[in-house]
Design a protein around this ligand. Structure first.
Ligand code: FE
Length: 163
């Protein structure tokens, strides 16, 4: 009787393992793994970016407020990463937050950017970088007016506009 009991338990464990192995093969990988990442050395980036773009995109600089070419830009189209061309923000999510930098309520899709906690300059903020090339774009704040409640505060220098 004891042997039969052990046999039933053993069979049960094997069955469970079998089920969990089947499930593991059907779990979808996050979409972020499908983005073809671009990796370049600092010297290679310096060759393809202007000094201003390099300072912001590669060294996490910030352009002067109210100075960027897209701060008051209102044409309809899409804003792509100035370093790699990845589509990041749509013009219909752009709004004037009065902060001096182009502001958006949403990204084209959440896999296009990476969110990282940034404790620099005595503040706790969420930095936004391009998921494809790693370029610094700006920060996101939770005081946006739109449905998302978010304000993506982005350097013009990190963007290129496409009609
Ligand atoms: Fe990029």
């Amino acid at each position: 009787m004891k042997n039969i009991f052990l046999l039933i338990i053993s069979f049960g464990l094997i069955s469970c393992n079998g089920i969990s192995q089947d499930n593991s093969t059907t779990i979808k990988k996050p979409e972020t793994t499908m983005i073809d990442k671009i990796e370049k050395s600092d010297d290679e980036w310096k060759k393809v970016l202007s000094p201003e773009q390099y300072e912001v995109l590669r060294e996490k600089g910030t352009e002067m407020p109210y100075s960027g070419k897209y701060y008051l830009h209102k044409e309809k189209g899409i804003y792509v990463c100035a370093a790699c061309g990845s589509e990041l923000f749509r013009s219909d999510t752009k709004f004037d937050a009065g902060c001096g930098w182009p502001s958006f309520s949403d990204v084209v899709d959440s896999t296009k950017v990476v969110y990282t906690k940034d404790k620099s300059h005595g503040m706790i903020r969420t930095e936004i970088t391009c998921a494809k090339c790693g370029g610094h774009l700006g920060h996101v704040f939770d005081d946006g007016p739109a449905l998302s409640g978010l304000r993506y505060c982005i350097n013009s220098v990190s963007l290129e506009f496409k009609k």
